[in-house]
Design a protein. Structure first.
Length: 264
């Protein structure tokens, strides 16, 4: 390899997400998010915790611009996506893998077709309409399904799977995008405890294997402490805790969730 090639590899930006001074108001003067700032790089995993209605899902939706922030900026691997529109926004969204609470699969399609949907943003409109994927994408999808224990289900309809299997398909679809950040919005809320642990293990393992920053909205504090390397606690739309799980105390949890009776 030449010196120039080495320099080119060194200069490639690390996959990252940076949120700067993010505000969101649905009603003027009543912010849901207040001056949110944090950064996640490489294979780090961050859990966003907080009471219902404190802005966790709004934060995720501002990051992938399903809703526009009122103020502030979101950078994905150094690119500010906040002001992007049209084709530029669609291209930038390829860098944002999303795992949904309710899976958001196309139930009538096969597992394989759902996973390959993660590549639609890379196809021309004609090829996307016909679902004509390159063989390299198909091979990658099979490898991913095999690594998740879903290879034998590739041709089954998505609606024939269990909840845990559907969530694995949703995760595989997100990873197929080759994202620069992986967002998960309450990915375990509709799953039993055993499956929830398996899904968290899978998300963190994929983040580490592919060097993808992972940001998870989650209600289960114990799962957050067990699996993620950092916790960001929200209260009244602002950050009131940001640190490793080992430093999250009961006093912090009282501030985040309000009161102490729920801790008993």
């Amino acid at each position: 390899m030449t010196t120039d090639q080495n320099n080119m590899q060194v200069s490639l930006p690390q996959r990252s997400i940076r949120i700067e001074n993010l505000f969101k108001e649905y009603v003027p003067g009543k912010p849901i998010l207040k001056d949110i700032s944090f950064e996640v790089q490489g294979k780090s995993s961050v859990a966003i915790i907080g009471a219902s209605g404190t802005g966790k899902s709004t934060l995720i939706r501002c990051v992938n611009k399903l809703i526009p922030p009122t103020a502030g900026n979101v950078f994905i691997s150094g690119e500010n996506i906040t002001k992007l529109q049209g084709s530029e926004l669609r291209e930038a969204r390829r860098k944002i893998g999303m795992v949904f609470q309710e899976f958001n699969l196309v139930e009538r399609l096969s597992v394989m077709e759902n996973v390959l949907c993660g590549r639609l943003g890379y196809l021309t409109p004609w090829r996307a309409w016909l679902r004509k994927y390159p063989q390299t994408d198909i091979d990658q999808a099979y490898e991913l399904l095999e690594s998740m224990g879903l290879y034998d289900f590739a041709r089954q309809r998505a609606d024939s799977l269990s909840g845990g299997q559907r969530q694995r398909v949703g995760i595989a679809r997100a990873v197929m995008q080759d994202p620069h950040v992986l967002l998960a919005d309450e990915p375990t809320s509709s799953l039993d405890p055993k499956t929830s642990v398996e899904i968290m293990e899978l998300l963190v393992a994929l983040s580490e294997a592919h060097d993808i920053p992972l940001v998870i909205n989650i209600h289960d504090v114990e799962l957050a402490k067990r699996f993620t390397s950092r916790i960001v606690g929200l209260s009244n739309g602002g950050i009131v805790f940001d640190g490793p799980p080992s430093e999250l105390t009961e006093e912090h949890l009282k501030t985040i969730y309000g009161g102490a009776s729920w801790l008993q």
